[in-house]
Design a protein around this ligand. Structure first.
Ligand SMILES: C[N+](C)(C)CCCC[C@H](N)C(=O)O
Length: 288
């Protein structure tokens, strides 16, 4: 099993993650709290109350877990393609796999990474939603003192299942959209690369960026539901389940609720995924 694919997936994911975290925090707040008027209002309030550090809340666990999550995504993707088409990463330029196989491999990678991601993502969302200034973290104001304290408190107060709240929505969000992610990436690379050659860095950046945007746009409706389910349980249970969360969000806020955070998801997706694919391709060529 090509181990490099896993390692490349990890490092490239970490690079992308740091770049995109501030966008992600604002998005999560807009999706789950109704106290902000919009993106600019949320940025200003966060900055005023919590300084620049406010934008980086909840980042340490994602950095630690991106190793697992991204290496599972890219590793499972590539090894599923290997099983389906009997070609390794290096051979795929000369013998390009069909889009159906790319889609199936992407969905498989997406499904498995969603399970690894679920508890880390939940802790990230809970911490991102703590709007107390950082100096006060640890004082009675903020509920969670940090990622470990957050994990332990959830386990104690909500049980092990509490850590997997929203994981159904996460699986539905990530399985088809990560299939699309790789199809878009490969499609754009092929379009702009002479046959049999490796795509240029510019092509990788643009294809990676648009793959990110395409998959995040389609993922946003389930992303909203996922974030709300993850916050549910903090102050008692509001929703009976995912369908109830969808129905009551829709009833109270209309169809627009499913598109909350779409602009930010797309804005974040371009740099994050351009950097992710560029470092991924670069590392794999380096190790060849
Ligand atoms: C499928 N969906 C669009 C939800 C996630 C795509 C993940 C790609 C990358 N790790 C990122 O954070 O942008």
């Amino acid at each position: 099993m090509p181990v490099e694919e896993f390692v490349a997936g990890w490092i490239s994911g970490a690079v992308g993650l740091v770049l995109g975290h501030p966008f992600d925090t604002i998005k999560v707040r807009l999706q789950t709290q109704n106290t902000y008027q919009g993106i600019v209002d949320c940025i200003l309030k966060t900055y005023r109350h919590e300084s620049v550090l406010g934008f980086f809340k909840g980042m340490s666990f994602p950095i630690a877990s991106v190793a697992l999550v991204n290496s599972v995504l890219f590793g499972v993707y590539s090894n599923t393609l290997l099983a389906l088409t009997a070609t390794s990463h290096q051979e795929r330029r000369a013998q390009p796999p069909s889009y159906t196989n790319i889609f199936i491999a992407g969905c498989t990678g997406g499904l498995l990474q969603a399970y690894c991601l679920a508890p880390f993502d939940l802790i990230k969302v809970r911490l991102q939603n703590q709007t107390e200034p950082r100096v006060q973290i640890g004082s009675p104001g903020a509920r969670y003192r940090g990622p470990v304290h957050c994990a332990v408190s959830i386990l104690r107060e909500e049980g092990p299942r509490g850590l997997f709240r929203g994981s159904w929505a996460l699986v539905l969000r990530d399985t088809p959209t990560l299939g699309m992610y790789f199809v878009t990436y490969e499609g754009l690379c092929r379009q702009y690369t002479p046959e049999g050659q490796n795509p240029s860095s510019a092509t990788v950046l643009v294809a990676g960026g648009f793959a990110g945007i395409a998959s995040w746009i389609t993922a946003t409706p389930f992303d909203v539901i996922k974030s709300r389910m993850q916050m549910d349980g903090l102050k008692g249970r509001k929703y009976r389940g995912m369908l109830d969360c969808m129905a009551s969000s829709f009833q109270q806020e209309g169809i627009g609720v499913f598109f909350k955070g779409m602009t930010l998801n797309s804005a974040r997706a371009f740099p994050v995924n351009a950097a992710t694919f560029l470092s991924y391709e670069y590392l794999l060529r380096l190790w060849r």
